[in-house]
Write a protein that binds this ligand. Structure first.
Ligand SMILES: N[C@@H]1[C@@H](O)[C@H](O)[C@@H](COP(=O)(O)O)O[C@@H]1O
Length: 236
């Protein structure tokens, strides 16, 4: 495990963007696993800046996002597809057909989960997976549970996650109760994992996840078993 302490949020974003850009430079046709939430916004901003300067080329990159809310369309400004388009994809030279987010409006969610797992397999797996962490230790939308769910699945969001994410919606009632998320197996099979955590409210959960017992009650704790994990954090 490679632990990197950042001085502040800008530094964290720059360090995380460096890890991603090194991946893209070393393997231009890599598969990036991407995340949403407020933490990676600065990382995407930094990557866009470097792209605009001509320092990084995304034309051969494919992306797979971790998760999506059930019931939100790509045009809904709270959907993760909208988040990715507006924070990242629309500002770089990625081919839109190479960007993948689970379909929150699928008619049949079971089929959508299978399609997503097959897609990741067909792509040859994920080269680098970017992760944020929820305050209860969730990664993607893998919530605390009695066992680790391995493949893409539908989850009922925890009350604490609904409350934490309500800040992005006009009212808490608008936060969807269900989401579709990549499973622990797909995350763990990524060749490299980059976990970013920012702010004092992430300190305890990072401590538990990285140094406590490995348990599905703290989904991120499984990352202790990942052979190539980098954590960039700032708890200031
Ligand atoms: N599904 C996302 C996670 O992928 C993300 O890690 C988490 C933390 O978000 P933030 O970075 O805003 O704390 O939020 C959401 O629940």
């Amino acid at each position: 495990m490679n632990l990197i302490k950042a001085n502040d949020y800008n530094d964290l974003s720059r360090k995380a963007a460096n890890v991603i850009s090194a991946q893209v430079i070393l393997k231009p046709d890599c598969v990036l696993g991407l995340a949403t939430g407020s933490t990676p916004i600065g990382t995407y901003k930094q990557l866009v800046e470097w792209y605009k300067k001509g320092d990084i080329d995304f034309s051969q990159v494919t992306t797979v996002n971790l998760d999506e809310y059930c019931g939100l369309s790509p045009e809904n400004n709270q959907s993760y597809r909208y988040f990715m388009d507006h924070n990242f994809f629309l500002h770089i030279n990625i081919d839109r057909k190479n960007t993948n987010v689970p379909n929150g409006l699928a008619d049949n969610y079971e089929e959508e989960c299978t399609r997503y797992d097959n897609l990741i397999a067909e792509l040859g797996g994920i080269d680098l997976q970017l992760l944020g962490i929820g305050r209860n230790g969730h990664i993607g939308f893998n919530e605390p549970d009695i066992s680790f769910e391995k493949t893409t699945h539908i989850v009922n969001l925890d009350e604490s996650t609904i409350q934490a994410n309500a800040r992005f919606f006009s009212t808490i009632d608008e936060v969807p109760g269900k989401a579709i998320t990549m499973g622990i197996k797909s995350i763990m099979q990524a060749k490299k994992v980059l976990l970013i955590a920012n702010g004092p409210d992430k300190k305890d959960i990072i401590e538990k996840a990285l140094h406590g017992p490995v348990t599905p009650d703290v989904p991120a704790s499984i990352l202790q078993f990942h052979p190539d994990l980098t954590v960039v954090y700032c708890f200031e």
